[in-house]
Design a binder for this molecule. Structure first.
Ligand code: UGA
Length: 438
């Protein structure tokens, strides 16, 4: 099929590269000429494992193109995929203005009947608006249908998730439009869920909110575990074996970040409010997450007293491993809290240093390696569980640091090894990290 992707961000690029890999003829359109030039040279503007190789391969095969030219992008296409960002507005609702602009530009350039697929995360009812926007701009002779097909890929494993997803949700008003999109995905061999448009839009928000709820739930369980002398890692493992609960998203830590969960939970809360539903569980989920990084800071204050003028090594800056994305990263929040306490913060991340510098400027010291960050430090804070960080020899903490105290915001080091190396270790909700109070 001839497919155009509108928006060469995370979702758009990965979707475009994967559709090209499955034999479709794909054009990725974006208004950012610098980004498009970079992509034309085969260089993705984001760090995502395997993406560069997939882009290079499909450019070479002649199946993947990049353009800033509307005419070229929308001429004779079977499917147009909308993957434009819907960032958060001040009131928590998504900003649809970029999407509206992209749809308006696209609608005037469509030259044949086609299906427009919305991958951007949008509130229920938005696809009907998109359809209205298209119909008020396109040539009246053309038949254009809008289908909702929300995205479920995770950063850091985006290509794997696209090829091995749990489901592809297709929300369509007509059978024909839904069939065309199902056909586009036929070589992905991922189970397909067919539904109406508003339910598809809702599935996306409900899924992200539920996953966020699992994380806040286990973080609250972790707080109780500490006080009753239980170990949250063992509790989560025991809970996760129940198939109705499942083992995933039960990792306690400093909370969730990224460009999706914080934004989508707020948006769903806003959607509920608009229809006079109070989403109390979601309010608690967001509140718990907002204060979760404080858990580590409180431990630091208790164990070290003042942090003023003390060197603190902050290990990991990305919102999770496998990405250079620092949007809503709990690590950045932690860096700011440490700076606020007067600590001399030395940061290290395998890939997110450049992005972090844009956010933290010269308020921290950027270390060239983990060892450099830890040298003469009085405390180490683990904020992202990169393999380089979890595999770092524990004996080196003692050798490098002034005082080997590790505050582990991702519970990613092994207790037995910690004990063998005689380190002061403060994870979240694990046995032995504080004395039980009952
Ligand atoms: C999330 C969803 O997992 C995807 O399905 C969805 O497509 C995407 O949002 C989106 O809406 O675009 P992503 O934000 O890439 O994907 O990252 P996740 O792997 O979900 O992690 C989100 C945050 O939760 C990270 O900060 C991570 O460290 C944290 N997390 C995750 C935990 O604290 N504990 C866990 O058990 C799991």
């Amino acid at each position: 099929m001839k497919v155009t992707i509108t928006g060469a961000g995370y979702v758009g690029l990965v979707t475009g590269a994967c559709l090209a890999e499955r034999g479709h003829e794909v054009v990725c359109f974006d208004i950012d000429s610098e980004k498009i030039e970079q992509l034309q040279r085969g260089e993705p503007p984001i760090y995502e494992p395997g993406l560069k190789e997939l882009i290079e391969k499909n450019i070479k095969a002649g199946r993947l193109h990049f353009t800033t030219n509307c005419k070229e992008a929308y001429r004779q296409r079977d499917v147009i995929v909308l993957a434009v960002g819907t960032p958060e507005k001040e009131d928590g609702s998504p900003n649809l203005s970029y999407l509206k602009k992209a749809v308006d530009d696209m609608a005037c350039h469509i030259t044949q009947n086609c299906v427009v697929v919305t991958k951007s995360t949008v509130p229920p009812g938005t696809n009907e608006k998109i359809s209205y926007w298209i119909h008020s701009k396109k040539s009246p002779a053309l038949n254009v249908e809008v289908v909702s097909c929300p995205e479920f890929l995770r950063e850091g494993s985006a290509i794997y998730d696209t090829f091995h997803g749990d489901r592809i949700v297709i929300g369509a008003a007509s059978k024909e439009a839904g069939d065309l999109i199902q056909e586009m995905y036929k070589d992905f061999h991922v189970p397909v869920v067919r539904t109406d448009i508003r339910s598809a839009e809702m599935i996306k928000y409900a899924s992200n909110a539920f996953l966020a709820a699992k994380i806040s739930f286990i973080n609250e369980i972790a707080a109780i575990c500490e006080r009753v002398g239980a170990d949250v890692e063992e509790v989560a493992a025991g809970m996760g074996l129940d198939k109705r609960i499942g083992p995933q998203f039960l990792k306690a830590g400093i909370g969730y970040g990224g460009s999706c969960f914080p934004k989508d939970t707020k948006a769903l809360h806003h959607i509920a409010e608009k229809v006079s539903c109070r989403f109390e569980i979601l309010e608690a989920v967001m509140n718990v997450n907002d204060s979760q990084s404080e858990v580590l800071m409180n431990k630091a204050r208790t164990h070290m007293g003042s942090l003023r003028n003390k060197k603190a090594a902050l290990l990991g800056l990305a919102f999770k491993p496998g990405t250079d994305d620092i949007r809503e990263s709990q690590a950045i929040k932690l860096a700011k809290a440490l700076i606020h306490e007067g600590a001399n913060v030395h940061v290290y991340d395998p890939v997110a240093m450049e992005n972090a510098e844009k956010e933290l400027g010269n308020s921290v010291v950027y270390s060239g390696s983990m060892g450099e960050a830890l040298l003469d430090a009085e405390a180490a804070f683990i904020a992202t569980d990169w393999e380089e960080i979890t595999e770092f020899p524990l004996s080196n903490y003692k050798l490098l640091m002034k005082k080997p105290i590790i505050f582990d915001g991702r519970n990613c080091l092994q207790m037995e090894k910690i004990q063998k190396n005689d380190l002061t270790y403060l994870p979240i909700g694990r046995r032995g990290c504080i004395s039980p109070i009952i």
